[in-house]
Design a protein around this ligand. Structure first.
Ligand code: ADP
Ligand code: MG
Length: 362
């Protein structure tokens, strides 16, 4: 449909605050979305994701701040003049209208000619793989199909910006996984600037060019999925994305130690008052030959070993009492090498996997 990415628009959000009584739904939020980029707002329920999307859409007027689409300041522009497509968790389709009738709705509002409407509707339906479904009733469709009709309706007028608020959360897991990939392909094809909202970290990692992690009305970190996962800015982000154990460490000058043991690391730690060592279950390794030179070694006791088909999960207690999780592969001989509960084990962490982050609780 949209052939040139140059038609997409960057979004610039500066210093946006929105309060409801004592609640800071948005607290001085700034965010630059690049032209054609797929950005996800990821955060727990109540963190301000929907409020930010509603500010972009124009349904919520912030207390202060600026919002630009390209060069144009739009903070005072009413929603219907912002020219953006939107889909929500609830499909908000008109049940008494046909599929085509629903998709045609935004075009009728824009008073397009009948022939052009028909042509565009069919094209949009084909884009979401519902070609030929125009005459069906909404009630005859499955959840995934309804979601695709809602999507077709939001892209049929070729918006330069697409906003989606948890559009897949009503679908079952299998369909959700499939739709995530479809939405991603659709974005690649149409290239509009997209702001997507979810509370599902895996969904965010799967779909996004960049992710803004939102907590208590603030953006905690804006980064690529990989950077976010491997270099989280703080404990909140590390905790929200993936599993991790945090170990307290002490810094003295250049040296960082855990329990008196100086740590080997590659990436310089952040310059924050406190530090924590973030340990991801798939990065820490069970060493069968004891402590390894060149790595960080942790003495522990196996507490629980769980076989999970594609991998195993080992819970081990460090000498300071911290419970640590380790995920390993189950190929070949490694299964028989798994420890028994109560065994003394050595866990090792390579210097490049030794990630030190801001230790304060966000
Ligand atoms: P999310 O979409 O991340 O779940 P929301 O943006 O819906 O979060 O809400 C952020 C905060 O603002 C919550 O504390 C919520 O209760 C509050 N809030 C949102 N909309 C309103 C409203 N219309 N009136 C009062 N409080 C609101
Ligand atoms: Mg919401």
């Amino acid at each position: 449909m949209r052939s040139q990415d140059s038609d997409a628009l960057p979004i610039s959000i500066r210093g946006v605050t929105k309060t409801y009584g004592a609640v800071h739904a948005l607290d001085d939020v700034s965010l630059e979305v690049k032209s054609g980029e797929f950005i996800t707002l990821l955060g727990p329920s109540g963190s301000g994701k929907t409020t930010l999307l509603m500010v972009i859409a124009g349904f919520t007027r912030p207390d202060c701040g600026s919002l630009k689409f390209g060069e144009r300041e739009v903070i005072r522009t009413p929603p219907h003049l912002r020219d953006l497509g939107m889909t929500f968790q609830s499909y908000a389709l008109f049940p008494h209208m046909s599929v085509a009738g629903n998709v045609a709705y935004p075009l009728k509002l824009r008073k397009l000619q009948k022939a052009e409407i028909a042509e565009r509707v069919e094209k949009a339906l084909e884009t979401v793989q519902l070609g030929g479904y125009g005459d069906r009733r909404i009630t005859q469709l499955s959840g995934g199909q309804k979601q695709r009709v809602a999507l077709a309706r939001s892209i049929v007028f070729e918006p330069r910006i697409l906003l989606m608020d948890e559009p897949l959360s009503a679908l079952d897991k299998k369909l959700r996984d499939q739709m995530q990939i479809e939405l991603r392909h659709l974005h690649e094809k149409l290239g509009m600037t997209t702001v997507y909202v979810t509370h599902d970290q895996r969904e965010a990692l799967t779909m996004s060019d960049r992710i803004a992690v939102v907590n208590k009305g603030r953006i905690m970190q804006l980064a690529s999925p990989r950077e976010l996962y491997e270099r989280p800015a703080n404990r909140f982000v590390a905790d929200f994305i993936g599993d991790s154990t945090f170990l307290p460490v002490e810094r003295s000058g250049e040296q960082v130690s855990y329990g008196g043991m100086p740590l080997k690391f590659v990436q310089a730690p952040p310059d924050t008052p406190t530090l924590a060592l973030m340990v991801r279950p798939e990065r820490i390794v069970l060493s069968s030959e004891g402590p390894r030179e060149g790595a960080n070694n942790f003495a522990a006791t196996a507490v629980e070993v769980v076989y999970q088909g594609d991998s195993y999960l080992l819970h081990a207690r460090l000498d300071d009492g911290t419970l640590i999780a380790l995920r390993g592969g189950v190929r070949g001989a490694s299964l028989s090498a798994l420890p028994n509960v109560g065994d003394k084990v050595t866990l090792t962490l390579a210097p490049e996997d030794t990630v030190l982050i801001d230790g304060s609780e966000a």
